[in-house]
Design a protein around this ligand. Structure first.
Ligand SMILES: Cc1ncc(COP(=O)(O)O)c(C=O)c1O
Length: 391
């Protein structure tokens, strides 16, 4: 899809160059934004048939440019864009679903993906079976003739278990079952699912690609042309698409994503190390730490870590935690991540695990580290621990 061959370049260079087609932009650095529903087709012959784009829901030049950039970074044969990261998760499941089938889903999956499985998929007669994030090759024992897909999320975006993707893919491929991974944490930069044979990779572009907490969008990338077509058609049948302005913003975000990721990654690691030494903290859940479940998989398969991790407090009074959380000056509470601003969010996992019970010493707190100076964030966290202690 990309006109220039960018495959030899590093991610920073790919992010600067991809999708910049001179003809498409009339000479401007950035592609044009066409606000369109209707496309004028001058000839009767062009009205019907699959060959040409006939309606703007199929995407305009800006969507093509964004897709080229996504493929340049992560690889794959095709991308479908959607209105949210959640839709990007749902889409491949629906594309692979069939009557009375079963989906194998990792127990640490993003909550709304789990909710979709428990409500909508269930209503459609499709069962979901949850598996231990650390299952590895053991997934083979759960695959039956009913299995229509294995869904992974690695690391889990609340508890950060890193899955053994190559082992899971090998077991699934042996039974010809497609594999899907929510790869949002790595932003497509630090982990390359297609190099491990995964069929579908999901990016919630809302997070690092957008980077500024001002848009919602998802991308479903496919390893093969055949899978890409299957997903493109599922999206077409359901009327899934995105507006041009959001696509423009997502692509603009990608231009600076490498620099943001590098800073957020370094700050997050520094803050995680500081938290590890705090007496209030029982555990830090960061894939780069040796005690994180699946750390060896992270070390083997990833080239870095993004800015999202969590820590578990020692058992503590709930009111004290509320006092701690409500008093931050630099950070704020909110459910997303990957933006320029740091977010801190408590989480109640007790209802969200069925394969392996979640056991923790105290409350789990998730941090999305932004672009603020890490010393200011550490100061903010330190003041919070003061409030936790009742000061
Ligand atoms: C791991 C993961 N996947 C997907 C999504 C969904 O993205 P969106 O908010 O764009 O629906 C999120 C959102 O928080 C997420 O954390």
């Amino acid at each position: 899809m990309t006109k220039k061959d960018l495959s030899g370049f590093r991610p920073e260079t790919k992010l600067a160059l991809a999708g910049r087609d001179h003809d498409r932009s009339e000479g401007a650095v950035n592609p044009a934004v066409h606000r369109a529903s209707t496309l004028i087709i001058p000839e009767v012959e062009g009205l019907y048939g699959d060959a040409k784009r006939t309606y703007a829901l199929d995407g305009m030049a800006i969507h093509e440019a964004l897709k080229e950039a996504l493929i340049a970074v992560e690889g794959g044969a095709g991308v479908t864009l959607s209105s949210s990261g959640l839709m990007a998760c749902v889409l491949p499941i629906l594309a692979f679903a069939r009557d009375k089938a079963e989906v194998l889903m990792v127990d640490s999956v993003y909550g709304p993906t789990r909710r979709f499985a428990g409500r909508m998929l269930k209503r459609l007669g499709i069962k979901t079976r949850y598996y231990d994030p650390m299952i590895g090759a053991g997934i083979g024992d759960l695959i039956t003739e009913k299995t229509c897909a294995v869904f992974m999320e690695s690391p889990g975006s609340l508890t950060f278990e890193v899955q053994d993707v190559p082992a899971i893919v090998a077991a699934a491929q042996a039974r010809e079952v497609p594999t899907i991974i929510d790869n949002t944490w790595s932003a497509g930069v630090y982990f390359k699912p297609f190099e491990h044979g995964v069929d579908v990779s999901i990016q919630a572009l809302t997070k690092y690609q957008a980077g500024h907490s001002d848009l919602l969008m998802g991308a479903t990338l496919s390893r093969t042309h055949e899978t890409a077509e299957k997903i493109r058609w599922a999206a077409k049948e359901m009327g899934v698409g995105t507006g041009p302005d959001d696509a423009y913003l997502a692509l603009r975000g990608m231009r600076t994503m490498a620099a943001r990721l590098a800073q957020q990654s370094a700050s997050a690691l520094r803050i995680a190390e500081w938290l590890k030494a705090r007496p209030e903290v029982a555990r830090v859940l960061h894939p780069a730490f040796a005690d994180c479940p699946g750390h060896a998989n992270w070390k083997r398969d990833f080239s870095g870590a993004s800015g999202l991790f969590a820590f578990v407090l020692r058992a503590v009074d709930e009111k004290a935690v509320t006092r701690m959380l409500e008093g931050y000056c630099v950070m704020a509470m909110g459910f997303s991540w990957g933006g320029f601003e740091s977010l801190i969010t408590p989480s109640d996992l007790s209802l969200q695990r069925t394969a392996v019970p979640w056991r923790a010493e105290g409350p789990l707190i998730r941090l999305s580290v932004g672009l603020e100076h890490p010393d200011d964030l550490i100061g903010d966290l330190e003041a919070g621990f003061g409030r936790l202690a009742g000061a």
